[in-house]
Design a protein around this ligand. Structure first.
Ligand SMILES: [Zn+2]
Length: 73
């Protein structure tokens, strides 16, 4: 019983630590001028040098990027 609770707690901590990064992370493509959710299916290589990370969509828009029509960030 105690062991089960500990495992559930660990899983909850790991999940809450991983979620914000996925929910708030945006990638702007300096070649296309568009920005995406980091989870967008059109992004095959998010670590490619022409992607710039943004933590907010407002910041990406302020830099002149337009939102992707597939993931609609
Ligand atoms: Zn996209």
């Amino acid at each position: 019983m105690i062991k089960k609770i500990a495992l559930a707690t660990l899983a909850a901590v790991a999940f809450s630590a991983a979620t914000p990064a996925l929910a708030t992370d945006y990638l702007a493509n300096t070649k296309s001028g568009k920005f995406h959710y980091a989870t967008c299916r059109t992004i095959k290589y998010p670590d490619a040098p022409h992607f710039v990370h943004y933590s907010s969509r407002e910041a990406a828009i302020a830099d002149g990027y337009t939102s992707c029509g597939v993931c609609r960030p």
